[in-house]
Design a protein around this ligand. Sequence first.
Ligand SMILES: Nc1nc2c(c(=O)[nH]1)N[C@H]1C(S)=C(S)[C@@H](COP(=O)(O)OP(=O)(O)OC[C@H]3O[C@@H](n4cnc5c(=O)[nH]c(N)nc54)[C@H](O)[C@@H]3O)O[C@H]1N2
Ligand SMILES: Nc1nc2c(c(=O)[nH]1)N[C@H]1C(S)=C(S)[C@@H](COP(=O)(O)OP(=O)(O)OC[C@H]3O[C@@H](n4cnc5c(=O)[nH]c(N)nc54)[C@H](O)[C@@H]3O)O[C@H]1N2
Ligand SMILES: [Mo]
Length: 774
Amino acid sequence: MKKPDEEPQDQLSVTPPRTWAAGVPAVVHALEYSLQQTSPLKAGVDLLTMNQVDGIDCPGCAWADPSPGHRHRNEYCENGAKHINDEATTRRITADFFREHSVSELSRRSDLWLNQQGRLTRPMVKRPDFDHYEPISWNDAFGLLAGELNALDSPDEAVFYTSGRASSEAAFVLQLFARAFGTNNLPDCSNMCHESSGFALHETLGTGKGTVSLHDIHHADLIFLVGQNPGSNHPRQLSALEQAKRNGARIIAVNPLPEAGLLRFKNPQKPRGVIGRGVPIADRFLQIRVGGDLALFQALNLLLLQAEDARPGQVLDHEFIRANTSGFEEFAAHARTLSWDDVLAATGLTRTEIEQVRDDVLRSRRIVVCWAMGITQHKNGVATIREIVNFLLLRGNVGRAGTGACPVRGHSNVQGDRTMGIWERMPDSFLDALQREFGFDPPRAHGLDSVNAIRAMREGRVKVFLGLAGNFVRAAPDTDVTEAAVRTCRLTAHISTKLNRSHLVCGRTALILPTLGRTERDVQAGGEQFVTVENSMSEVHTSRGRLEPASPLLLSEVAILCRLARRTLGDTVDVPWERFEADYGTIRERIGRIVPGLHDFNRRVVRPGGIQLPNPVNEGVFRTAVGKALFTRNTPEAPHVPDGHLLLQTLRSHDQWNTIPYTPNDRYRGIHGSRRVVLVNPDDVKNLGLTEGQHVDLVGVWSDGIERRADDFTVVPYPTSRGCAAAYYPETQVLVPLDSVADISNQPTSKAVVVRLEPTVARGTAGQGASASV
Ligand SMILES: Nc1nc2c(c(=O)[nH]1)N[C@H]1C(S)=C(S)[C@@H](COP(=O)(O)OP(=O)(O)OC[C@H]3O[C@@H](n4cnc5c(=O)[nH]c(N)nc54)[C@H](O)[C@@H]3O)O[C@H]1N2
Ligand SMILES: Nc1nc2c(c(=O)[nH]1)N[C@H]1C(S)=C(S)[C@@H](COP(=O)(O)OP(=O)(O)OC[C@H]3O[C@@H](n4cnc5c(=O)[nH]c(N)nc54)[C@H](O)[C@@H]3O)O[C@H]1N2
Ligand SMILES: [Mo]
C-alpha cells in the first residue's frame, strides 16, 4: 500500500478494456479504498446508512433512489463508497503540515497527493508575501473576509462560486448573502456541466430540468444513453436500466468509446450479479465521432419525417404536435435540407446504422433520451439538445409515462443548488419573492458565470473570490489563463473539506475555511441538524450525517456563511442569520415561501421519499415564450479537424471525483498506474506515424493561435472512433481555451479540443515522466 506522503510514480500497464461494469471486483475495490482511508468499522457504518430514508445522501452522483421500501439494504455503488470514504478518511491536515510544506512546494504536488493528505481541520490564512499558511481564528477569518468585501468599490468586484456538493440550505444562505451584499456574481460548477441542458430545455420545454422519473426509465420501450458513462459516473443508473430491460426496454448507446457500463452490467447487489455473465445493457452501440450527435439526431428526425411521408398519419403524433407545440412546419422544412454527406462525415456512422435506429424508434411508443457531458461540453451543445427535444416532440415523447428528456446530473446536489437561487441569472419571479420575503432590493443585472468570472479577474474587475465547495482552479479551463486570473485577486477563500489546488493557486491573501462533510453530525444551538438535497429527478430529501466531525474546530457550511454574512452586513438587512445558523428549519421555512413546490417544506421533506418537485411539462404545461413546446431549427455544425490532427475529449477515469484522482487507475478501460495517457484509435496511431507506448505532447490548436501544450503522454491504442482521442481531466485542462465555449450557454467545450500529437523531446519535470510498460 502506498504511503500518503509519497507521490505515485507513473508505472503504466495496459490491459484490454473491460466489457462489463460492476460486480464483485467493484465491491472488493471499494473496500480496498475504504481500508486505505479509514477503519473498516467506520466504512461499514457509513455505507449502511447511505441513501436510506434517514441516512446520508450519497455524494457520488445525482441519480435518484428507488422509492422507500424498494431500496436494497446496500443502496450504494462502488464509486459512492469511494467518495464517502474519501471524505471519512482518518487522515488529518494540521497546522504542522502547513509549517512543514510551503505553498510553493505544495503547488508542485499532484492533485491526487494533495487530496490524500486528509481532512482540513482548522481555519488557515496565507498572508501576502508569505509562502506558508498559518492558523487563524474563525473570528479573525470572518473579520478579514468581511473587511475585504466591505472595502470593494462595488459589490460586483466579488464572486461567490458554488460546487454541487453543497447542501440546499448552504446554497440558499450563500445566494441570499451575495444578493443582500449586492451582486448576482454566483457562478457554479453547473456553468461547466449542464448549462447547455438548462438553456436548451428552458427555451424548448419551459423548464431547465429533466422531465423523467425513475418510473419513466423503468417503463420506457426505448432508452438512449448519449454521451455518458454510467458504469463509472452513475453506477446506480445501471440498476434502473437493468429493471427497464426486464420490462422489455431496448437500449441504444451513443458514444465514441465502448464504455464497460454500456455493454454489460453485473449487479453486485444480487447473488446472480456475482457470478454469471450479467445483463447486456446496450442492444445497439453507435460509435459516433466526438461532436457528431447533432448530425445524428438531425438525421433521425429527417428519417422520421420521411417515414411519415411514406405512411401518412402513422409515424408522427399529430395530435400532440397540434395541441402542444409550435414551429413544426418551419422545423420540418429546415430538416429536409439536411445533407447526408455532412451527416456521415460528422457522425462517422453508416446510413444503415442510423436507419436501424429509426426502425427501433418506429417500434417504440415510449422513449427516453439520457445525456451528460458528451453532449453538453460542445460548441453545438445547446443545438444538440434542442434537436433531441425535436426528436422527442415528433412522436409525443414528452410528458407521458415512460417518456422524456433526462439530463443526467453530476454532483449530488447541483440541481438543488440551482433551485435555491445559485445562478447568475435567476429570473425576476425568484428575485421578487426574495424581495417580498426579506425586504431588500436584490440586484437585477445578470452576474458573472464561471467563464466570465475568469475573464473579469483577468481584467482586474474581480478582487475577492469565495468558493463554497469545489476546486475552481482545476475545474475551469485553460489552466495557465485561469491560474493567472485567480492570482490577481486580493483575497480568495474556500469553504472546503479537503486540500486542493485552489487553496494553493490563490489570491494575495488566501483563507481555508474547513467545513463538515455530509457524513458528519451537525449539531447547532438548536440541536442536531439535517440538510436537504435534490436529485436529478427533482426529488428533494434529507441527508443526515452520523460520524463525529473530523475536528472540533470545523463549522458547518451554513454556520460559516451565516457568520460571514452577519459580520459583513451587520444589521443592514433584515435576515435572522443567527437563527438560521441555530436551526436550519428556519431557513427551510423561508425557502418554502420563495421556491414554488417547496411550501410546507419542513413537514413534507421528512416524510419517507421526501418531496417531488412539480414539473409543469408532466402536467402538459410548457412555460416557454409561446406557451407551447418549441420545435427549433438548428444549423448543422460539427467540429472541424484539420488533417494530421485529432479531436480530443477530456473525461473522467473510473477512479476519480471530478478534479480529484483517487488512484492512477482506470480499471474498466484497462489503464493502470498512470493518468498521462492518450487513447487513440489503432488506425490513427498508424496513420499519424506513432507507435504504441510512445511519449507525445498534446498540442492544442485553436483559432486564437496560442499554442497550448500538455507534456508527455503515453500513446495507448484504444477502440475509440476514428479521428478522435481521449485523455483525462483535469490533466488536460491546460488545453481547453477559455474562449472556446458552447454557443448560448457559455459552457467550456471540454469534449472538443483539436490537438496534434508531437513526440516528446525531453522528459517532463519530476513526477510527470511516464515509464511505460505497455
Ligand atoms: N465516479 C465518479 N462519478 C461522477 C463524477 C466523477 O468524477 N467520478 N462526476 C460527476 C459529475 S459532476 C458529472 S457532470 C457526471 C459526468 O458524467 P459523464 O458525462 O459520464 O462524464 P465524462 O467522464 O465526462 O464522460 C463523458 C462520456 O461521454 C462520452 N463522449 C465524449 N464526447 C462525446 C460526444 O461527442 N458524443 C457522445 N455521444 N459521447 C461523447 C465519453 O466517451 C464518455 O463516455 O458524473 C458525476 N459522477
Ligand atoms: N476539461 C474538463 N473540465 C471540466 C469537466 C470535464 O469533463 N472536462 N467537467 C466539469 C464538470 S461537469 C464539473 S461539475 C466541474 C467540477 O468542478 P468542482 O465541483 O468545482 O470540483 P470538484 O472536483 O467536485 O471539487 C472537489 C473539492 O470539493 C470539496 N468538497 C468536497 N465535498 C465537500 C463538501 O461536502 N462541502 C464542501 N464545502 N466542500 C466539499 C473538496 O475540498 C474537494 O477538494 O468541473 C468541470 N470541468
Ligand atoms: Mo458535473
